[in-house]
Design a binder for this molecule. Structure first.
Ligand code: UD1
Length: 420
């Protein structure tokens, strides 16, 4: 197993190029299941989660190749409809094949994702919506068995909670359903918006893009002539590099980024005393003279993203005063707190709120990554800590950050990947 060794404290400078968004790319890969033509997708992030999903598509019978961030995918040869446990257990987002497979073939079998490190993450809203569209769903031997022999039918669906992959799954199902589907209380994340835009550009009648209510007229089971496209930049990777500048007291510039997708993150950095300068596709972070405490609540887009919570918790450890960070989306997303405490952070946890008392004197230690974003928070804290930190179990990090250590090293960090 690999681990990262980081020498701190470190100063960064220069420019970093942001990769394509993993969370946009995942549903866009499963969107290809609705196409009858081969597709070319550019700016594809080369991270483990993407490779896992491509393997799943290949198991279904698709042909895929990913080289130099260009994905060529052809699903016209897909003949299997079972997403098995071996792959789904390694990545929850595999559930994104459920809507497209059911809509195209009228049946499918997808392993239940099970628990994950950030808490119980049910898929009840995905299943309930598909049932409203006429699917019969049974759960047997750890698998979701879904059938809709006559195809899916348009329906009026109100999501009880805002769900990102749930919205994506049902939008894809609705695109091939018979008639009109109205989806209420949808996710408005940029990743969902891009999925809808590609469907629209491919000729699907879809309205309300970027709003909580989407109306989609399905093709009645016919596959789609899909356009080629480029994956949007990763706003969470970008936010992590902004935090890297802030925590190391450095000015760095991000290229190939969408500043408008990061408004909530930028606002919090500015409240902490940093200055963020935005160009059309660039962002430059200028560090604070003295980092101030901050209060954060994670919520759905366009509010502050839960996927940036851990990185800001790391940043708050070196800010002056008491910061509070409330996690509203996931029940158990504070596993990184005890690891940050090993580096000397003073953090109190009460229910869903972490209170950080800063500034703390961070000192290098051995720490363990617990989930994807928690891993990057540990790397950030390590760059601010005095001495050597070893971050173990970085397979979490490899799921979603492309070449994190290479990009940080190019900015001047003392970071190396070693074998246990
Ligand atoms: C997506 C992102 C993840 C991000 C999260 C919230 C991808 C691949 N992953 O995850 O990085 O942290 O959005 O922004 O895009 N819920 C239910 N029932 C359901 C579905 C969800 O109760 O059927 C709950 C979840 O437990 C959670 C909340 O709804 O409390 C939001 O989850 P959701 O938006 O679905 O997260 P994901 O799409 O899994």
């Amino acid at each position: 197993m690999d681990y990262l060794r980081i020498q701190g404290p470190t100063k960064l400078s220069g420019t970093v190029t942001i990769s394509g968004a993993k969370n946009a790319a995942l549903p866009l890969i499963t969107l290809a299941l609705l196409a009858h033509n081969p597709l070319k997708v550019t700016n594809m992030p080369e991270v483990a989660d993407i490779k896992t999903l491509l393997k799943l598509l290949q198991n279904l019978g698709a042909s895929c190749s990913l080289e130099n961030h260009v994905l060529n995918v052809d699903t016209s040869t897909v003949s299997h409809t079972m997403a098995n446990y071996d792959i789904v257990k390694t990545m929850r987002a595999s559930i994104l094949v459920l809507g497209p497979l059911l809509a195209r073939f009228g049946h499918c079998e997808v392993s239940l994702p099970g628990g994950c490190a950030i808490g119980q993450r049910p898929i009840d809203l995905h299943l309930k919506a598909l049932e409203q569209m006429g699917a019969q769903i049974t759960i047997h031997a750890g698998y979701v068995h879904a059938v809709a022999p006559e195809g899916l039918k348009g329906a009026h669906i109100i999501f009880d909670k805002i769900t990102v992959t749930g919205t994506a799954n049902i939008v894809m199902a609705a695109a091939l359903a018979h008639g009109k589907t109205v989806l209420v209380n949808c996710a408005k994340e940029p990743e969902v918006v891009q999925l809808c835009e590609i469907l629209r550009d491919s000729g699907i009648d879809i309205n309300g893009i970027g709003t909580p209510e989407l109306t989609i007229i399905g093709t009645g089971g016919k596959t789609i002539e899909m356009v080629d496209f480029e994956v949007i930049p990763d706003r969470i990777e970008a936010g992590t590099y902004l935090c890297a500048g802030a925590i190391t007291n450095s000015t760095i510039t991000l290229e190939r980024v969408r500043p408008d997708h990061l408004d909530a993150v930028t606002a919090k950095l500015e409240q902490m005393g940093c200055r963020v300068e935005c160009g059309e596709n660039t962002m430059t972070i200028h560090p604070a003279t003295e980092l101030k405490h901050v209060d954060i609540i994670t919520q759905e887009y366009p509010a502050f993203p839960t996927d940036m919570q851990a990185q800001f918790l790391a940043l708050a450890t070196i800010a002056k005063g008491a910061s509070t960070i409330e996690e509203r989306l996931f029940e158990n997303r504070f596993m990184h707190v005890s690891e940050l405490q090993r580096l000397g952070a003073e953090i109190k946890l009460s229910g869903h709120t972490a209170t950080v008392i800063g500034p703390c004197e961070l000192a290098g230690a051995d720490v363990m990554a617990t989930d994807l974003r928690a891993s990057s928070a540990l790397v950030l804290a390590a760059m601010a800590a005095e001495g050597t930190t070893n971050v173990h179990r970085i397979y979490h990090l490899d799921r979603g950050y492309e070449d994190l250590e290479g990009k940080l090293r190019a900015l001047g960090a003392k970071i190396e990947r070693l074998k246990e």
